[in-house]
Design a protein around this ligand. Structure first.
Ligand code: NDP
Length: 450
């Protein structure tokens, strides 16, 4: 997308690429923000004078460490651990840990950068961070995962704390991993504090935290559809992924009367023309969370088509929810969605839509919501878990879910406030970028040259 400020954006991006060579995902995330923020800053000299955007793209601190561990066969193994502490202008660093073989510094910097804006949008006092490792929990025994988590925390514990940096889960880090990480933190520090979120309910977790990203996504989708006088009821919904976010996106789609048609993993996708109902979802959850099997087994169980090595975007739908991984929806996929009548794309994953695909969706007036707005429900519920830990109380499911709903409504309002176009429609990406930016930028101005 070419704008009046393109030369300034190009100059800025040249500097970003030069200072962060070969970090393609990070460049992409910064570009998506710069496109909206540079024109905004031109009209707000106080931010320009203080070089706020240049400061925001520089992590406050990055930790990289060795994670040695031993597998069940007694072999010495080693992985690389990271924590990117991006920005703590509005609160302690907060953001998940990802365990996946594709984890690199670039991936974690893009995620940490996005997290700063997302956390700001929730209006809760949380700065942005992200971390993880190139360790792959898939195919590892529980004991191997535990030994890895203990070794990872043996270094990380000295850099985090309930008022410093509070990690959570992400791809490859679910309740099992959070439990092992928390157990090790407690042994090392002799402290029981809310240093991680996504904890089990028995030891300080919040009700609705597991559901929060998927549920929040659907709350946001309903808000978007409401602006067109519609709802998700009876709409066909194509969803990618079959992990935490996808599972609860399917659950809430069903609760709102929508028809979830697909689920996927890194090997392929299943298309269930009759819709994934509550019983089938229970099977999928058992398959993925307990047996840790492949999505193709869903097709075997219910006799529906399985597409190996493919993505679900070719299935005709009204609504598409990418809930797996970055850059999983490209320009060709967007073309297919548009051709088949899709009217709304909302991101459950972080940066799943490529810039070319976003541009195409927007040109074709498809409602498009960026993850930093539409998937903020997860970190919002993490913020609520931190509050409960601090006051040492548990809130009910209804209380947490109602708060989550209000937060998603407010994020939608902020997108409209900053993203409303002359024709009355909303540019959600612009709205989310500017709303997220303003709060952090104002705090940075107030805190001086930090
Ligand atoms: P999970 O690990 O629970 O699930 C990830 C899903 O994505 C799995 O189905 C996985 O399949 C699939 N996947 C991973 N890599 C690929 C790939 N290269 N191609 C296709 N599919 C792939 O993670 P979450 O559900 O927690 O996270 C999903 C997305 O949502 C991520 O982008 C994450 O950053 C984002 N997110 C998560 C939040 C949370 O609260 N959990 C909050 C906000 C955003 P397989 O099993 O084969 O690896």
């Amino acid at each position: 997308m070419i704008t009046m400020n393109q030369p300034a954006i190009d100059d800025f991006m040249q500097m970003v690429v030069k200072r962060n060579p070969a970090q393609l995902e990070f460049h992409q995330a910064v570009y998506e923000v710069a496109m909206n923020i540079i024109p905004f800053i031109e009209e707000h000299p106080e931010y320009k004078k203080a070089n706020i955007l240049e400061r925001m793209i520089e992590a406050e601190r990055i930790l990289i460490f060795r994670v040695p561990w031993m597998d069940d066969a007694g072999n010495y193994r080693v992985n690389r651990g990271y924590r990117v502490q991006m920005n703590n202008a509005i609160g302690p660093y907060k953001g998940g840990l990802r365990f996946h073989p594709n984890v690199t510094l670039s991936v974690l910097k893009f995620l940490a950068f996005e997290q700063v804006f997302k956390n700001s949008l929730t209006t809760l006092p949380m700065g942005g961070g992200k971390g993880g490792s190139d360790f792959d929990p898939k195919g590892k025994s529980d004991n191997e995962v535990m030994r890895f988590c203990q070794s990872f925390m043996t270094e990380l514990f000295r850099h985090i704390g309930k008022d410093t940096d509070i990690p959570a889960g992400d791809i490859g880090v679910g309740s099992r991993e959070i439990g092992y990480l928390f157990g090790q933190f407690k042994r090392l520090t002799n402290e029981f504090t809310g240093v991680l979120t996504g904890k089990g309910y028995a030891y300080g977790g919040s009700l609705i935290r597991p559901e929060a990203t998927g549920y929040g996504l659907l709350f946001f989708v309903e808000e978007m559809l409401k602006t067109k006088g519609q709802s998700i009821k009876n709409k066909k919904v194509v969803i990618s992924g079959s992990g935490n976010v996808a599972q609860y996106a399917i659950e809430k789609t069903l609760a709102f009367g929508g028809i979830p048609l697909t689920a996927s993993d890194s090997n392929g996708f299943v298309y269930d023309p009759d819709g994934i109902d509550t019983d089938k979802l229970a099977f999928l959850m058992e398959l993925k969370n307990k047996r840790r099997g492949r999505i193709s087994e869903y097709a075997d169980e219910y006799g529906c088509p399985y597409y190996a090595g493919e993505k679900p975007w070719k299935i005709p739908c009204d609504v598409a929810l990418p809930c797996a991984v970055q850059n999983e929806l490209n320009e060709t996929d967007a073309q297919l969605l548009i051709k088949n009548g899709c009217k709304l794309v909302a991101e459950g994953a972080n940066m799943p839509t490529t810039p070319e695909a976003i541009s195409l969706l927007q040109k074709n007036e498809i409602l498009y919501a960026p993850g930093k707005a539409s998937n903020a429900g997860g970190v919002a519920a993490s913020g609520l878990e931190m509050s409960q830990n601090s006051i040492r109380l548990y809130w009910t499911r209804e209380e947490v879910e109602n708060r989550l709903k209000v937060i998603m409504h407010n994020i939608h309002e902020q997108c409209i406030q900053y993203g409303k176009k002359a024709d009355g429609t909303t540019d959600y990406l612009k709205g989310a970028n500017i709303a997220g930016f303003v709060r952090v930028a104002d705090a940075m101005l107030a805190e001086g040259h930090v």
